[in-house]
Ligand binder design. Structure first.
Ligand SMILES: NC(=O)c1ccc[n+]([C@@H]2O[C@H](COP(=O)([O-])OP(=O)(O)OC[C@H]3O[C@@H](n4cnc5c(N)ncnc54)[C@H](OP(=O)(O)O)[C@@H]3O)[C@@H](O)[C@H]2O)c1
Length: 250
């Protein structure tokens, strides 16, 4: 697969799974646009990604429609087209027991993890249709396929991402746009590593859900995204692909 002259937009590309995916695409020759909020992390990621290829960082809060529209516009103005998108970045409110969960946290989680994916797809699909199609991958989670009793709002948002992915895939299946989701299990990104560093027993609890006996690495999720975007995945649309070391097989 020749990725040169291809353009991919990756939200949350300044850290963890998003940054690993940006490095994977840039290293293969694609033009990579990463989007996130914090300038320091964004600029640092940009420096790292530019060591292997072409990249641009656009400060964006993916929960804000005007900022997402501007992000896609900047991508088109800079590189002329949009071929692929990995809707990965998001954030939410506090989790917890549902009877104690306040509406503000619920709304923050649903908006930050689900509405943000809707907003991204809305503007990305508009751009892709103008150049004959493309591929979108949404980052869901194993918590979109199974229960996550520690944070039902997060689980509901991620189940929503999968429903949105499948339904939108059917809407655009005959217009040259494939849309899939990846569902990572526990993956060693900065927030997960910080959790482990603060709670020495956390990793053991996570490993109870990882039959493979270790956490996933961000690069392993990135490779699944690359394949879903590649011509090798040309018949694949509307799936939610677990990349989870056996988590969902348990
Ligand atoms: N790590 C896991 O075990 C795991 C498992 C399943 C699914 N996931 C999913 O994977 C995705 C990435 O998680 P990660 O573990 O790689 O986390 P991470 O290392 O903290 O990266 C999150 C990225 O998203 C950006 N971001 C957060 N909120 C944003 C917003 N409102 N607008 C734009 N960018 C935003 C962050 O940058 P700024 O904060 O600067 O904006 C950062 O670049 C998430 O959707 C998460 O639910 C992770």
């Amino acid at each position: 697969m020749n990725w040169r002259d291809k353009v991919i937009l990756i939200t949350g590309g300044s850290s963890g799974i998003g940054k690993a995916t940006a490095l994977a695409f840039a290293g293969r020759g694609a033009n990579v646009v990463i989007a996130s909020r914090d300038p320091e992390r964004g600029e640092q990621a940009l420096t790292d990604i530019r060591e292997v290829g072409e990249a641009l960082w656009v400060q964006t809060d993916v929960s804000q429609a005007d900022q997402v529209a501007a992000l896609v516009q900047t991508t088109i103005e800079t590189y002329g087209r949009l071929d692929y998108a990995f809707n990965n970045g998001g954030s939410g409110g506090q989790g917890g027991w549902i009877a104690d969960l306040n509406e503000e946290d619920w709304n923050a989680t649903l908006h930050g993890y689900l509405t943000s994916v809707f907003l991204c797809m809305k503007y990305e699909i508009g751009a892709m249709l103008k150049t004959g199609g493309g591929v979108i991958v949404n980052n869901a989670s194993v918590d979109g396929l199974r229960a996550f009793p520690w944070d039902p709002a997060y689980s509901a948002a991620k189940h929503g991402v999968i429903g949105l992915t499948k339904s939108t895939a059917l809407q655009y299946a005959q217009q040259g746009i494939r849309i899939n989701a990846v569902c990572p299990g526990w993956t060693r990104t900065p927030p997960i590593q910080q959790w482990i560093d603060n709670d020495p027993e956390a990793e053991g609890r996570m490993l109870q859900h990882q039959p493979i006996g270790r956490l996933g690495e961000p690069e392993e999720i990135a490779e699944a995204v690359v394949w879903l975007c590649s011509d090798g995945g040309s018949l694949v649309t509307g799936i939610a692909l677990p990349v989870d070391g056996g988590y969902t097989a348990l």
